[in-house]
Design a protein around this ligand. Structure first.
Ligand code: CTP
Ligand code: CA
Length: 238
């Protein structure tokens, strides 16, 4: 290709990026949420744009503005995010699920603010499972639907006495079936809301190009984002 192709390996490609965290409402003033800042998804969107991609950015709740130059849609809850992602992936070449999607939502929504009652009691909040957006899309692609060729998931993991961060990541990759899983090690100093990050990219065992060794990225969320963009470029230009 031309010099331009080398600098913009994602020219002509459309990639959907989700970012931020979903909030699952309990009543008009309360929700179940998570600490996702949106930073990692924003960094990915910027890296993809810089590599020439058209970015469809699906924003859940973020503590900072969406990047410029993207096609923006917003989603508050996991169910809304699913609808927005389904819409956005039509005709897209890639999907990066950087959003922190709530696994559960309150089974019921109270139209009015939940009140304390006279006694000392406290309510029990029943939860139901949210759809697994990433797993659903992968399953549909496997069933033959026309969906993005490269699907990337993000996972924040902590190691424990039973297994390491990477072992948990491997198991999750197998469970999700996405092409790439970016595994962040979270702890006191790393992860949510931080600029610094350390991540390992794990690749699907049965990928078309054959198995690929994990890649470690030490550095900022921008470094991780650039790596994701590089990996996408390689996958498309293989
Ligand atoms: N994800 C999703 N829909 C969900 C939950 C997660 O699409 N309902 C996506 C996330 O955006 C992320 C990936 O799946 O890209 C991994 O999320 P994670 O929460 O680590 O995975 P879970 O399968 O929910 O596992 P866990 O029980 O560890 O939370
Ligand atoms: Ca989860």
């Amino acid at each position: 290709g031309s010099a331009l192709d080398v600098e913009r390996p994602l020219a002509g490609r459309t990639v959907v990026v989700t970012a931020g965290g979903t909030r699952e409402p309990l009543d008009p003033v309360r929700f179940l949420g998570n600490r996702s800042s949106g930073k990692q998804g924003i960094a990915v969107a910027k890296a993809l744009s810089a590599a020439g991609a058209t970015v469809r950015f699906v924003a859940a709740h973020m503590d900072q503005p969406a990047p410029e130059g993207v096609e923006l849609s917003v989603a508050g809850t996991a169910v809304e995010l699913r609808a927005a992602v389904r819409e956005a992936v039509r005709g897209a070449d890639g999907l990066v699920m950087a959003a922190a999607v709530a696994d559960f939502r309150p089974a019921a929504y109270n139209d009015s603010k939940i009140k304390k009652t006279g006694d000392d009691g406290a309510p029990t909040i029943e939860l139901v499972r949210n759809p697994d957006i990433l797993a659903e899309i992968v399953a549909e692609r496997r069933a033959g639907a026309e969906l993005p060729e490269v699907i990337v998931g993000f996972a924040a993991e902590t190691g424990d006495e039973a297994a390491s961060v990477e072992e948990y990541g491997r198991a999750k990759l197998a469970r999700k079936g996405c092409d790439v899983l970016v595994v962040n090690e979270v702890g006191e100093q790393k992860g949510f809301g931080r600029d610094e990050n350390a991540a390992t990219l794990l690749f699907r065992e049965d990928a078309p190009g054959g198995p690929r060794a994990p890649e470690h990225v030490a550095g900022s969320k921008d470094d991780v984002a650039r790596k994701v963009a590089d990996v996408m470029g390689e996958a498309f230009n293989r």
